[in-house]
Design a protein around this ligand. Structure first.
Ligand SMILES: C[S@@+](CC[C@H](N)C(=O)[O-])C[C@H]1O[C@@H](n2cnc3c(N)ncnc32)[C@H](O)[C@@H]1O
Length: 367
């Protein structure tokens, strides 16, 4: 199903929530890079509403364009922000530092129109409002209910008096906004990488957050081997909705050699560079590591995982926003500790925490 909507959004009229807990408690939580989930409540169909302290979540002393406390409605098929452990949360840990760097590099005017491809609950769009200063926001995701909730989340969590132009559409990648007469300065994606099993349904549970079904479009064999198909197709489709100096910014769990990412961008007609480089603990390792191990045994990869403790050591004290240029040297330094997916799954079952490196790839259309 596809639909697009264009609308002017204003801050919701809901009153700010009462602060809970002492200032000391809030400082302690901020120090731990966690954000309070002060209340969750059910929404229709067993979804929930999270309350997120925006400054903690975005790593800022305070926020100016979004509400200090967000109410984020997470419908059952949308990915849930990992507010209990921000080190595992893509937006807090990966997108936020990348957005800060993008704005510093590009300046405000070139960050104004922002599209979240696969927006989930819309927290990446809220991060873009605050950190990029975006004022025109595009949201796409596969399902109507997910996109509608993302749109509500953006609207209700604007600071009173702030305005944003919203373009929202349900459907595949950039397709819902093609032909809507809009282009974007930044197209951001954090799309899934894993092929969906033939027996599984994309619409079931939160499958769409991690898996994608077989695609009819052609893609180079190395792209499929490294599970980059959806990232590649996002690049291909984004050409039609990118402003002339626009960039596609992909947050990718880089379980492959870094060269595969630049080769992917090149194959899609883009020049690319690593904007930020860091690491993340594997999301949902119990469910997803066996999938990587099975793919390895079927001849994909070999994927790259590491003991999380080693990643912690290597990246300690380094600012991921400054590591783009050091990425190849760090990749080499990590070489001796690399685990393939089968070894990573085995070590995880023996109690090891497993992580992988994360790249935010910055791609611009090749002249
Ligand atoms: C890993 S989640 C990231 C969500 C969001 N960007 C965030 O960080 O909170 C991936 C999102 O992409 C969406 N998605 C998966 N395949 C898609 C497709 N072909 N077109 C559009 N969205 C897709 C999923 O439904 C999910 O919301």
């Amino acid at each position: 199903m596809q639909r697009t909507r264009r609308s002017e959004g204003f801050a919701g009229s809901s009153k700010p929530f009462k602060t809970q807990g002492s200032a000391r408690k809030r400082r302690r939580l901020r120090d731990r890079r966690k954000t309070e989930v002060t209340r969750t409540e059910s929404v229709a169909g067993d979804g929930e509403t999270l309350e997120i302290v925006a400054a903690d979540y975005l790593g800022l002393p305070s926020v100016t364009r979004v509400a200090p406390r967000w109410r984020i409605e997470v419908v059952p098929r949308a990915p849930r922000p990992d507010v209990e452990d921000l080190e595992r949360d893509w937006v807090a840990t990966v997108a936020a530092p990348a957005f800060r760097l993008l704005r510093a590099e590009r300046g405000d005017a070139a960050c104004r129109r922002f599209l979240a491809l696969g927006a989930g609950p819309g927290v990446d769009a809220l991060a873009a409002l605050e950190l990029l200063g975006a004022s025109e926001i595009g949201l796409t995701d596969l399902f109507e209910d997910v996109v509608a909730a993302a749109e509500r989340n953006v609207r209700r969590n604007l600071r009173q008096g702030e305005q944003v132009v919203l373009h929202a559409g349900a459907g595949d990648l950039a397709e819902p906004l093609r032909g809507a007469g809009v282009v974007f300065d930044i197209v951001y994606e954090n799309l899934p990488s894993l092929p969906l099993a033939a027996s599984a349904s994309l619409a079931a549970g939160r499958n769409a957050a991690a898996f994608f079904p077989p695609r009819p479009e052609p893609a180079p064999a190395f792209v499929a081997n490294w599970l980059l198909t959806l990232h590649y197709l996002a690049l291909v489709q984004s050409r039609a909705i990118l402003a002339p100096d626009g960039a596609v910014v992909g947050a990718i769990g880089a379980r492959m050699p870094l060269g595969a990412l630049s080769d992917m961008a090149e194959a899609a007609g883009y020049s690319s560079r690593i904007l930020t480089y860091g690491w993340k603990a594997q999301t949902d390792p119990q469910a997803l590591l066996p999938v990587y191990a099975e793919l390895h045994e079927r001849g994909f990869g070999p994927f790259r995982f590491y003991p999380a403790g080693r990643l912690e050591e290597i990246f300690a004290g380094r600012d991921r926003a400054k590591l783009g240029r050091d990425a190849t040297a760090i990749e080499r330094a990590l070489d001796a500790d690399r685990l393939d997916a089968v070894a990573a799954w085995r070590e995880f079952q023996r109690g090891m925490r497993i992580g992988h490196v994360v790249v935010v790839l910055h791609a611009t259309v090749r002249a």
